[in-house]
Design a protein around this ligand. Structure first.
Ligand code: NAP
Length: 246
């Protein structure tokens, strides 16, 4: 399905990004497994893909650093000649109620989860416009749609990602490039495992499908959006949340 495609997945060393990288590779894409700090985990992802007969490389780079992302895209063009797919997945949380939230906590989340997406969109757009083709998927969150106490920073970033997705879809549409967002609900990863049992139980009551999501649920949706089957879908936010955000 994705044979001969070159895909960059940011934050692919763990969690949802890891599963997206494995999924795209299983469909034949060459995957650039971007990570920031988890070198060994990123290398494990590449080793797993290669073990399955796929093709992948790691790339250390901080999405919040524009220069670092410029270098990453330049590296991918030099080594692989093109960028067909970009999945902006890297993200962090720094939760706190507003009165306790420091400026550092606010800025860290905006820098990684919002500006980090912009940094990659800018590089990818230049390349994809020249190619006159491309698929971009930005990972937002149900929190960007509903809001969540203790997450004004994260909600602002994730709502911003939806706005960026729609705007860029309008900018790039005439060149056959699609830009969509996926808004996961509560997915079982390291990001959510530290939450208290109380919060988890409370969240479960708000999910019509009565279970937390799995990384596979998100990865399958991303794989569909970057495939030829989704050629007429752009500017959309697909909610993978068990009905939580409807
Ligand atoms: P996770 O398990 O904490 O993994 C986060 C990934 O992002 C790691 O690979 C991490 O790499 C990478 N990363 C963090 N900062 C980075 C930076 N500055 N530059 C490059 N990579 C960076 O998180 P997750 O649960 O899989 O979440 C993935 C995405 O889905 C995030 O955007 C998150 O907001 C979104 N999401 C998650 C949920 C959920 O329930 N889990 C729900 C909605 C949306 P290193 O370890 O190498 O730093």
């Amino acid at each position: 399905m994705l044979k001969d495609k070159v895909a960059i997945v940011t934050g692919a060393s763990r969690g949802i990004g890891r599963e997206i990288a494995l999924k795209l590779a299983s469909y034949g894409a060459t995957v650039i497994v971007n990570y920031c700090g988890s070198k060994e985990k990123a290398e494990e992802v590449v080793a797993y893909i290669e073990g399955q007969g796929g093709r992948a490389v790691t790339y250390q780079g901080n999405v919040a650093d524009a220069e670092s992302m410029k270098e990453m895209f330049a590296y991918v063009i030099k080594e692989f000649g093109r960028v067909d797919i970009l999945v902006n997945n890297a993200g962090i949380t720094r939760d706190n109620l507003i009165l306790k939230m420091s400026e550092e906590e606010f800025d860290a989340v905006i820098d990684t989860d919002l500006k980090g997406v912009y940094n990659c969109l800018k590089q990818a757009s230049r390349i994809m416009l020249k190619q006159k083709s491309g698929r971009i998927v930005n990972i937002s969150s149900v929190v960007g749609v509903l809001g969540n106490a203790g997450q004004v920073n994260y909600a602002a970033a994730k709502a911003g990602v939806i706005g960026m997705t729609k705007s860029l879809a309008r900018e790039l549409g005439s060149r056959g490039i699609t830009v969509n967002a996926v808004a996961p609900g509560f997915i079982e990863t390291e990001m959510t495992e530290t939450l208290s049992e109380n919060i988890k139980e409370n969240t479960l009551t708000q999910i019509p499908l009565k279970r937390f999501g799995k990384v596979e649920d998100v990865a399958e949706t991303v794989a569909f959006l970057v495939s030829d089957k989704a050629a007429y879908i752009t500017g959309q936010t697909i909610h993978v949340d068990g009905g939580m955000g409807m």
